[in-house]
Design a binder for this molecule. Structure first.
Ligand code: GMT
Length: 375
């Protein structure tokens, strides 16, 4: 089967899920065509089953905003008709589902029928897509997709509630390759950053306001009063300066390390004692799943899909958004008791196993088969 995949090519979760999905499908014999504005970051090698087509948007002085959807629709038309693609799978509704619908219409005019699968990832529904500027077009393109999937039960409920959508939405969670992570368990060099008995607490995100990174620091501050620890901040984004200002004002600079966008995330995670994710919104929480796969317990909020992933009292703890005291005391509970920490570590890993790539890919294969039968 030939599958076209449209996604954001960046480090963000939706791009990572789409890229890993395409790579895995290509290994299983599917011919995969990525169509996006630059080569996806996790797509390091192309092969006879793995192709990449770049969408170019030429500069023109008249345009205040470059019409990316238009360029994407045209590119989709070209790639789909040239390579005889069977199914088009778009990740993140904005503007991908809309551009896919337009491409489908153009193809139809030329006698070519193609089913469209749209996967909703989170902020396309809970934040951006919900804005009145976009809502009618997002609602329309979700309704016009042949199959719609989303990454958690919570995101499905939000999609129904925010957009009044009644059609079927299938839940297919994020996934990880558990074998890859398991093979790293023994390689983790504890204390490569910490001194003595210091605990390592880690946060990974794009530092957008909805990640609440000041909460990350405040939780750490409280923990550090009772348990000597270091906070590792992985990633980059708009709230980094705010975080650095807070650290300066509160004399915490020496306890918090910013590592930026590193490729060593797994190595950092597996040397860590605890993962913090106090997000305001999180449709699934792929970064928390990656931590769990490396046996790192998670202290998070109970927002969105996080409560489905991080089982309260099992893989870690969940609290209300902004409840810094509760998250700090949960972190202290896990970190202060060696045998409890060991128990949480193994429970986190057991929970992560539910999301193994081998279990999730067949769910996508099933919908591709369904899609093929539509036309
Ligand atoms: O979390 C982010 O800021 C990145 C964002 C994205 O759109 O790439 O991630 C979303 O999709 C991921 C993959 O499905 C989910 O694991 C994340 O929870 C989700 N982020 C939010 O809902 C905020």
């Amino acid at each position: 089967m030939k599958i076209g995949i449209v996604c954001y090519p960046t480090f963000g979760g939706s791009g990572v899920v789409a890229t890993e999905l395409g790579i895995e499908l290509s290994k299983k014999g599917y011919e995969i065509h990525f169509i996006t504005y630059s080569q996806p970051v996790r797509l390091d090698a192309l092969s006879s089953n793995l192709h990449y087509h770049e969408v170019n948007v030429p500069d023109y002085p008249l345009f205040k905003y470059e019409p990316y959807e238009l360029a994407l629709s045209s590119k989709l038309y070209d790639v789909i008709s040239k390579h005889k693609i069977d199914v088009l799978h778009v990740h993140y509704a904005i503007p991908h589902a809309y551009a896919a619908f337009m491409a489908k219409k153009i193809l139809n005019e030329n006698g070519y029928k193609i089913p469209i699968i749209t996967t909703l990832h989170g902020t396309d529904i809970t934040l951006v897509g919900n804005h009145p500027f976009y809502k009618p077009a997002v609602t329309f393109s979700i309704n016009k997709s042949d199959i719609v999937t989303c990454v958690s039960k919570s995101l499905m409920e939000d999609t129904r509630e925010f957009f009044g959508i009644e059609r079927e939405i299938k839940v297919i969670p994020n996934f990880i390759d558990i074998n890859k992570y398991e093979s790293k368990h023994n390689m983790c060099e504890k204390n490569f950053i910490s001194e003595g008995d210091e605990k390592i607490i880690v946060h990974v995100s794009n530092f957008r306001p909805l990640k609440r990174i000041i909460d990350v620091i405040k939780i750490f501050e409280k923990v550090n009063l009772e348990i000597s620890s270091k906070l590792i901040m992985v990633g980059d984004g708009p709230d980094k300066k705010k975080a650095k200002d807070y650290l300066r004002k509160n004399n915490l600079k020496n306890s918090v390390i910013f590592l930026g966008k590193t490729n060593e995330v797994d190595e950092i995670l597996c040397s860590s004692d605890l993962f913090l994710l106090p997000s305001e919104k999180e449709s699934f929480g792929l970064s928390a799943l990656e931590a769990m796969a490396l046996k790192v317990p998670v202290v998070s909020t109970n927002t969105g899909g996080l409560k489905e992933l991080n089982i309260n009292g099992n893989s870690g703890y969940t609290s209300e958004i902004g409840d810094i005291d509760s998250m700090a005391s949960n972190a202290i509970k896990i970190l202060s008791d060696k045998s409890l920490k060991k128990k949480y570590r193994s429970q986190a890993f057991e929970n992560a196993k539910k999301y193994d790539i081998k279990k999730i890919i067949p769910l996508y294969e099933k919908i591709y088969d369904e899609a093929l039968n539509i036309y």
